[in-house]
Design a protein around this ligand. Structure first.
Ligand SMILES: Cc1ncc(COP(=O)(O)O)c(C=O)c1O
Length: 399
């Protein structure tokens, strides 16, 4: 007989550890001299024209509830954006929901289809929210471990090995947090093929889509022929427009899932902040927004080249050049938790231990290059000294 054990939400919450990133952030904020490469958010200010749209919204009295699925004008603007930039069709009436940041979308997504005990495949290392929210929704997160030797990439073949009768969905996050890896068109297609042939849903987190460097390009799984009925795309204004504090994200996908998410949002927050939604809608159709994003992208690329060049020369570090986002994920071996604490106290540089992002992150550190290059230079000087001293045997970080 199959016995279902129901676990209450508060018990599930007890089982989920607090975010390791937040803990480090708290430690770092206690010292003035620490350079933090910890928190993954743009150091740029929100472009002025977007801020002025929010002021306009306040002056025009856009200060009330919006529909649970978000402001109509914003859903329409998102629908146009998805069509023009991602070749994804989504009806603003019932296939798009505006959420309180991309982060909030995930709990809504799992709650729209996942049965108790069903598995969600999550390539690891991964953004911390996926596994926590799958568990909150009663599912089981299952890692697909990726390696630095393989560039933290995966294909349909890798996915296939982890599918069981209980697998319901797979997450794709390209460009990736924390590794910066960008999947190729071919890899995405092979993942989509395998997922569809097994009847899996694909959750595509595209919040770093605008931050792709070199000759790779971002591909939306929902744009692939025959896939749109099986893909929920999650995106956000946070990284593309330096709007993390505005808390505006969205999800697009088949109407039956979106309608459940809208129902959940009704009881969670009713809707995201009205004047932030208004500004986000206008940001999407203002050509100045693209120019701002492009200027930020070029600066991130310059920093990536700089930080990669410096890390590559340091002893005891192996590092791959990330193709996107604003993270670099060097392999340092040994205990990444102990090492990141020593880096904080002895080198005054805050980084995030790789194991925060799942078991495949062990022995790595995540560095976010969301600081001006002059500060990155000081941080790299400190790290270099730490690792040079380490090589001379003053101490051993492999502990
Ligand atoms: C991969 C990934 N997805 C989603 C998010 C959520 O971003 P927000 O809630 O600010 O939209 C983040 C934020 O760091 C992220 O790194």
């Amino acid at each position: 007989m199959f016995v279902v054990i129901f676990v209450s939400l508060h018990e599930r919450l007890n089982e989920i550890p607090p975010s390791g990133i937040r803990r480090l952030f708290d430690l770092a904020s206690r010292s003035h001299n620490v350079i933090s490469l910890g928190i993954g958010e743009p150091d740029f200010d929100t472009p002025e024209h977007i801020k002025s749209y929010a002021r306009e919204a306040l002056d025009r009295g856009v200060t009330h509830y919006t529909p649970n699925s978000g402001l109509k004008e914003l859903r329409e603007a998102i629908s146009r954006k998805l069509k023009e930039e991602n070749s994804v069709q989504a009806d603003p009436e019932d296939e798009i929901i505006v959420t309180t940041g991309g982060n909030q979308a995930f709990l809504l997504v799992w709650s729209s289809f996942l049965d108790h005990g069903e598995e969600v495949l999550i390539p690891s290392p991964h953004f911390v929210t996926y596994s926590a929210t799958v568990r909150l929704a009663g599912g089981i997160p299952v890692e697909i471990p990726l390696s630095s030797e393989g560039g933290f990439r995966f294909s349909g073949e890798d996915l296939e090995r982890y599918i069981t009768p209980r697998t319901r969905a797979v997450v794709i996050n390209s460009p990736n947090n924390p590794t910066g890896a960008v999947l190729s068109d071919k890899e995405i297609r092979s993942i989509v093929d395998v997922a569809l042939s097994h009847g899996l849903l694909i959750i595509s987190d595209e919040v770093y889509e605008s931050l792709v460097y070199d000759d790779t390009r971002h591909v939306s799984p929902a744009s692939i022929n025959g896939a749109s009925g099986s893909v929920i795309t999650v995106n956000s204004f946070s990284k593309t427009y330096a709007m993390t504090g505005w808390r505006i994200g969205y999800a697009a996908g088949p109407a039956p899932f979106i309608s459940k998410m809208v129902k959940f949002q009704m009881y969670l927050s009713a809707c995201p902040t009205s004047f932030a939604q208004y500004a986000a809608a206008l940001a999407l159709s203002d050509p100045r927004s693209k120019q701002s994003t492009e200027a930020m992208r070029c600066e991130y690329r310059r920093r990536r080249d700089f930080i990669y060049g410096r890390l590559k020369r340091m002893p005891n570090i192996q590092v791959a050049k990330p193709g996107g986002a604003f993270y670099i994920f060097p392999s340092v071996g040994g205990d990444d938790l102990a090492l990141s604490e020593r880096l904080l106290t002895e080198a005054q540089v805050a980084v995030v231990p790789g194991s925060t992002f799942g078991s495949a992150g062990r022995g790595h550190l995540r560095l976010a290059y969301t600081l001006p290059i002059e500060k990155l230079e000081v941080a790299m000087d400190r790290l270099e000294k730490f690792f040079e001293d380490s090589r001379k045997g003053d101490f051993n970080h492999k502990g």
